[in-house]
Design a protein around this ligand. Structure first.
Ligand code: PAF
Length: 294
């Protein structure tokens, strides 16, 4: 695996079909699942690691975001990435940038409503990564379902010739969706309220429940009973991320809640025929906890 820190070096390395796996580092099995999906489709897999300051609405959240580049290099190499692209902030935002990419509608609700400017930051950096690395395809996790819808729409609207590949959420053995932020969790039992609530809602959908309010209420009750502080729970259209009143098209049921100091998001994809994508589960402890207490 080559380690590079400029867009120009990534372009020099390009050969055959190129896949990009954009990340903010502190890698886990959710990221390596994206590398595996990329590997199956491409000749060359570029993994980028860049903690994008533009998408953080709170400076303390940016300062606290876990970082360990040596650890990331080892995990990316093990997962089969060919190029590890870790640019500096100066490389990504080399001139005082006056351009921001804004994807309206898709960014309006849920994370967009709770984290002002977040999705402009995501859309801008992903557009820059696409323009600078010129991949044929790029892999994003379903865990960030609204981000996935936003990136799809941005790539289509700006005519980037990039296929967006989505990868199912990877969960820990107990069902908690993998996130780099899980290393900060003190109250795991409360954190499990999100996934348990979503699984219960998916079971209700499988039994015929179609009302968004009913499905959302199942999740809200589970989160509250386990001690989480709910920010929102919304049934949304997978393409537009707009709230929908009933499960009459492909949708995701998304939840955000604060558990102690940690803000968590999770979702399940639900379909009108009652089927669901709940993600996949590890059968071993995540690499997130190597050398740490869980
Ligand atoms: O999902 C993430 O890790 C980030 O939002 C992304 C897509 C790498 C952009 O910074």
């Amino acid at each position: 695996m080559r380690i590079v820190d400029t867009f120009a070096r990534v372009r020099e390395e390009r050969r055959g079909v190129v896949a990009l796996v954009p990340t903010m580092g502190y890698l886990h099995e959710g990221h390596t699942a994206c590398v595996a999906a990329a590997r199956r489709r491409a000749d060359m897999v570029v993994m980028s690691v860049f903690v994008n300051p533009l998408q953080f609405d709170r400076p303390d959240d940016l300062a606290r975001y876990p970082r360990d580049l040596d650890r990331d290099v080892a995990i990316a190499a093990d997962a089969g990435a060919d190029v590890f692209f870790a640019p500096s902030a100066d490389e990504v935002y080399s001139t005082e940038s006056l351009t921001r990419v804004q994807v309206t509608v898709v960014s309006a609700g849920m994370e967009g409503a709770h984290r002002p400017g977040h999705f402009d930051g995501v859309a801008t950096v992903v557009a820059k990564l696409f323009a600078g690395t010129q991949p044929h395809l790029a892999c994003f996790g379903r865990k960030d379902a609204q981000q996935l819808a936003l990136v799809r729409r941005m790539a289509a609207d700006l005519s980037f010739p990039v296929e967006i590949v989505d990868v199912p959420t990877v969960r820990e053995e107990d069902g908690l969706a993998l996130s780099s932020r899980n290393v900060f969790l003190a109250d795991r039992a409360a954190a499990l309220g999100l996934s348990r609530g979503l699984f219960a809602a998916a079971a209700a959908a499988a039994e015929g429940e179609r009302s968004a309010t009913a499905l959302e209420t199942v999740v809200a009750i589970e989160v509250a009973e386990r001690g989480g502080d709910l920010a929102y729970v919304t049934l949304a259209d997978t393409a537009t991320a707009q709230p929908i009143p009933s499960l009459d098209r492909p949708a995701f049921l998304a939840v955000a809640a604060r558990v102690g100091e940690v803000r968590l998001i999770d979702n399940v994809f639900l379909y009108p025929d009652g089927s669901a994508d709940l993600g996949t589960r590890l059968d071993h402890q995540s690499v997130l906890y190597e050398g740490r207490e869980r």
